[in-house]
Design a protein around this ligand. Structure first.
Ligand SMILES: C=C1C[C@]23C[C@@]1(O)CC[C@H]2[C@@]12CC[C@H](O)[C@@](C)(C(=O)O1)[C@H]2[C@@H]3C(=O)O
Ligand code: AKG
Ligand code: FE2
Length: 354
């Protein structure tokens, strides 16, 4: 991967404002103030309607974010051979253009780091001790936010205990499956697209994240787009650009949270379009449960209506463990609908004329 700019210049000044930023989503972007009264209800509403939301008043210090971003910029600006020494990503480590093992390509380079408990795993070494230290502080902050958000999801859905979901990902004793990903999308100027092999507008192809939640931070370079829900499964997407905001985070609903809420919350398809002029740097925390965790709708959601004379709700999904789902995910292509094979067929509707 060619890095076109030195560290200090990675955040270049945009000469042309992308026409889609703000014009597309405008005031509709779901924003949740985590410190406000009623935040739990807002979190649930946003996850049900959009599958993602922007978080403000998150309490994460600028220094924690800035330090890791500076480390990421420094690493991505280092000589190619130094970066390659930490690759190829299999799945952890440094990767360039190749995403996963099944032929997906993007105009990016990245560092995938495994998390063990509350800090980076010693088995997927970080490129430097300063990056490791910064990443560990950042992971601590992301775990805190994951707990807050997942507790709010439980509270907002009326599920007890409050920690039912959060403990799966950030519980003290849980051998959960967390990942930290640092992405760098170099600019992809249209005039140079013919000259630069693999420079394409696709930074990161469309996909859903398989875990429960992802928490994304980016610098001020646009590129992230999300699919508005209605007919996403039918392939009828309306892509909208999410304006970048380095002061906030984006929480993204993953496939596993969709299943655990029996489809009330929907994992959201998203992708990154490479910026023509500026480098985009993003940092994403993925919160998954332990491998043996059963991924199935929370019991309290299925029986919620029973007291009111309603029948118990049936699960819309075949049962699986996170380990099984993860294995299947790693055999899939990025854009695959990974939940499709696990959808239960709805019971046949009785024919009143028969
Ligand atoms: C093509 C792939 C890359 C991915 C593993 C997969 O086979 C399908 C899911 C992809 C994804 C998307 C969200 C995260 O970025 C990621 C780390 C994950 O857990 O699932 C990536 C995987 C990857 O880049 O290795
Ligand atoms: O880089 C981004 O903004 C999003 C990347 C992403 O969706 C991912 O790494 O799964
Ligand atoms: Fe993603």
């Amino acid at each position: 991967m060619v890095v076109l700019a030195k560290p200090a210049a990675l955040e270049q000044i945009s000469l042309v404002r992308s026409p889609s930023v703000e014009d597309n989503f405008g005031a509709g972007l779901p924003v949740v103030d985590l410190a406000a009264d009623g935040a739990a209800g807002e979190v649930v509403r946003a996850c049900e309607r959009f599958g993602f939301f922007k978080v403000v008043s998150h309490g994460v210090g600028e220094g924690v974010v800035g330090r890791l971003e500076a480390e990421a910029v420094r690493f991505f600006a280092s000589p190619q051979a130094a970066k390659d020494a930490h690759g190829p990503a299999s799945p952890f480590g440094y990767g360039s253009k190749r995403i996963g093992r099944n032929g997906d390509m993007g105009w990016l380079e990245y560092l995938l780091l495994a998390i063990d408990g509350a800090s980076l795993s010693r088995s997927s070494p970080a490129p430097s001790s300063s990056l490791r230290d910064a990443a560990n502080k950042y992971v601590g902050a992301m775990r805190g936010m994951a707990r807050t958000v997942l507790e709010m999801v439980a509270e907002g859905l009326g599920v007890a205990p409050r920690g039912a979901l959060a403990d799966m990902v950030v519980g003290d004793g849980a051998a959960s499956d967390q990942i930290l990903r640092l992405n760098h999308y170099p600019p992809c100027p249209p005039l140079l697209q013919n000259l630069m092999p693999n420079c394409s507008p696709t930074g990161f192809g469309e996909h859903t994240d398989p875990q429960l939640i992802s928490i994304l931070h980016s610098n001020s370079t646009s590129g992230l787009q999300v699919a508005l829900h209605h007919d996403a499964d039918a392939g009828d997407h309306q892509w909208v650009t999410v304006p970048p905001d380095p002061a906030s985070f984006l929480v993204i609903v993953g496939d596993s949270l969709q299943v655990m809420t029996n489809g009330r919350m929907r994992s959201v398809r998203h992708r990154v379009v490479a910026n023509k002029l500026k480098s985009r740097v993003s940092m994403i925390y993925f919160g998954g449960p332990p491998l043996e965790q059963r991924i199935a709708p929370l019991r309290q959601l299925l029986v919620a209506g029973v007291g009111n004379g309603e029948e118990e709700e049936q699960s819309r999904y075949e049962e699986f463990t996170w380990g099984e789902y993860k294995k299947a995910a790693y055999l899939s292509r990025l854009s695959d609908n990974r939940l499709a094979p696990f959808h239960r067929q709805p019971p046949p509707v009785a024919n009143p004329l028969a």
